[in-house]
Write a new protein. Structure first.
Length: 468
C-alpha cells in the first residue's frame, strides 16, 4: 500500500536526482559509483532482501538532510536512513532506486551538561564514544548494545536498542528526552525537552524511538545521563540444567536484588565459546549464569546472589575479587555470538522477550526446535529481562539447511508469543519480522500504526517496506 504511492517512472527519477541533490550537497557527500553504493545495501541480518540504491548521501548538517528530504518528496524517491548498519532485522536495507541517507558523518557530541545531566548529540555518534566522553565528566550513559563499539546513537534510537545493563538501567527509550527530526517533506520538528520533567502534549519523542526511520530522520538527540556508578563486580554460576539456572534468575529477582547485569548462556553456547576461545569452561556445564553489581558493596550483593544460585542447584559459584577478574568472567559472554557464528559460518539471531517466569520454558522450547530441525541453536539471554537471543547456526550454502533455519526461526517466534512474550526486545522489526509484527499487534493495532505512518509520511517515502 505504501510502496504503491511511489509512482514516478524510474528514468524520470534517476535522470536528474543526482543533479538535484548536488544543489545542496558537496560533491563528496553524494556517492553514485555502483561498486561503492552496493556496500550500503544491507545491514547484518540474514534472510532479508535488499535492493539497489540509486545514490548514497552522507550529509554533515541538518540543512543538508532537509535538502535531501525536500528533493526526495519532490521527485517521489524513497529514502532509507542508515547508521552503522549493525542491525539484525534488515531495517536499514536499501530498496531499489532509493536514496540511502547515511548519517554516520553527523558524529559530533554537541554538549555534555553535568548539572542538567544531559548530552546533546548528532545521530552518527558511536555509542562507545559517547560513553567515554560523558565518563570524563563523572557521568554514565547506560544503554550498551553488544555492538556498542560500532553502533550509532541514531541507530540505537531507531531500533530502541537495549544491551547488557537493561536489567537495572533500562533501554534506550528511557534516556531519550528530546529529538530534532527532519520530516518527510523537509520540515524540522523538535520534540521533548531538556528538563527532568515535562508532560506537554502527546509524547512524540517516544513515538520516534523504535520507529526505524519510518516517520522522520533524527538529526539531534537530547539524552539523559546518570552519575557514573562504582566499578561492577561479576559472579559466574554453573548449573547442570538450564531450568536450574532460570530458577536462580527467578529467585534473584523475587528477592528484590537489582543486578547491573544478569546474563545466561546455554550449553550449546558454552561449548561454542570453549571451542573458539579455549576458555576452559567445564564441559559438564549445561548453563552458565553471570551476575554483576555496581553497588557500594558489590561483594556483599554477590554473596547473597551466590547463595540463591546454590539454593537453585548451582554446582559452582565463582565471585570475582576485582575488576580484572570480572572482565575475565564477562569475556565468555562477549565471545558468544562470534563463537556461535564459527559453528557453521552463518547465524540467524532471534530476539524474543518473554516474562522472566517463562524463561525456562523458552529455553526448553528452543531445544525442542533445534532437535526437530536437526540444527545447532545456541541461546544467550539477558536473563534479568527475559530477553533471549536464540541463535540458529547453519550453512548458507546448503539450501535445505537454510530452509530449516528459517522454519526454526519462525517456530521460535511463535513460541515466544505463546509464552506471553514479544517478537523483539531490542533488535526491531525491519524486514525480518514484518509478518510477526502483524500477528502480535492484531488487525486493529496494525491499522492504528499505519494511520500514524500516514500522518508523518503521506507519500510513503520513508524506509518503505519496513515494519508493515
Amino acid at each position: 500500500m505504501i510502496m504503491s504511492r511511489i509512482e514516478a517512472p524510474r528514468d524520470e527519477v534517476t535522470g536528474n536526482l543526482v543533479d538535484r541533490l548536488l544543489v545542496g550537497l558537496p560533491a563528496d557527500a553524494v556517492l553514485t559509483d555502483p561498486d561503492v553504493t552496493v556496500s550500503y545495501a544491507n545491514d547484518m541480518a540474514s534472510f532479508c532482501p535488499a535492493g539497489t540504491p540509486a545514490v548514497v548521501v552522507l550529509p554533515r548538517t541538518v540543512e543538508q538532510v532537509q535538502h535531501v528530504m525536500r528533493t526526495a518528496t519532490e521527485l517521489r524517491v524513497p529514502v532509507v536512513p542508515q547508521g552503522a548498519r549493525t542491525g539484525l532485522s534488515g531495517g536499514a536495507n536499501a530498496t531499489d532506486d532509493c536514496i540511502v541517507l547515511s548519517l554516520t558523518k553527523m558524529d559530533r557530541v554537541l554538549e555534555i551538561n553535568p548539572v542538567d545531566r544531559i548530552a546533546v548529540v548528532e545521530p552518527g555518534v558511536v555509542n562507545a564514544t559517547l560513553a567515554r566522553a560523558v565518563g570524563e565528566h563523572g557521568l554514565y550513559y547506560p544503554p550498551d548494545p553488544s555492538s556498542w563499539e560500532m553502533c550509532t546513537i541514531g541507530g540505537n534510537i531507531g531500533t530502541a536498542s537495549g544491551g547488557l545493563c537493561c536489567v537495572k538501567y533500562g533501554v534506550t527509550a528511557e534516556y531519550v528526552l528530546g529529538l530534532d527530526v527532519v520530516l518527510a517533506d523537509g520540515r524540522l520538528m523538535s520534540t521533548g525537552r531538556r528538563t527532568a520533567k515535562g508532560v506537554a502534549g502527546y509524547d512524540l519523542t517516544r513515538l520516534f524511538v523504535g520507529s526505524e526511520g519510518s516517520l522522520g530522520i533524527v538529526v539531534r538527540a537530547v539524552l539523559a545521563l546518570r552519575p557514573r556508578p562504582p566499578q561492577q563486580l561479576v559472579l559466574a554460576a554453573e548449573f547442570e540444567s538450564a531450568a536450574a539456572a532460570c530458577d536462580a534468575v527467578c529467585r534473584i529477582m523475587a528477592g528484590g536484588h537489582v543486578p547491573s547485569l544478569l546474563e545466561l548462556m546455554d550449553r550449546t553456547t558454552v561449548k561454542a565459546v570453549n571451542d573458539l576461545a579455549r576458555m576452559g569452561l567445564p564441559e559438564t556445564t549445561e548453563a552458565l549464569l553471570l551476575a554483576a553489581f555496581d553497588t557500594p558493596d558489590p561483594a556483599a550483593d554477590l554473596a547473597a546472589v551466590g547463595a540463591l544460585c546454590e539454593e537453585a542447584g548451582a554446582t559452582q559459584v565463582v565471585p570475582a575479587d576485582d575488576a580484572a577478574e570480572s572482565e575475565l568472567l564477562l569475556r565468555a559472554r562477549r565471545s558468544s555470538l562470534v563463537a556461535l557464528e564459527a559453528v557453521k559460518g552463518t547465524t540467524m539471531i532471534d530476539d524474543v522477550c518473554v516474562p522472566r517466569s517463562r524463561l525456562g520454558d523458552m529455553i526448553e522450547g528452543v531445544e525442542r526446535v533445534a532437535e526437530k530441525h536437526r540444527l545447532t541453536i545456541g541461546v544467550v539471554a539477558h536473563a534479568g529481562d527475559g530477553n533471549t537471543h536464540p541463535t540458529v547456526c547453519f550453512d548458507a550454502q546448503d539450501p535445505d539447511e537454510c530452509r530449516r533455519a528459517r522454519e526454526s526461526f519462525d517456530e521460535i517466534m511463535a513460541l515466544g508469543l505463546e509464552l506471553g512474550g514479544t517478537i523483539t526486545g531490542e533488535h526491531g522489526v525491519g524486514v525480518l519480522k514484518k509478518e510477526w509484527l502483524a500477528r502480535e499487534l492484531g488487525p486493529v493495532g496494525v491499522e492504528m500504526q499505519r494511520g500514524v505512518k500516514q500522518v508523518f509520511d503521506p507519500l510513503g517515502i520513508l524506509n518503505p517496506g519496513k515494519l508493515f
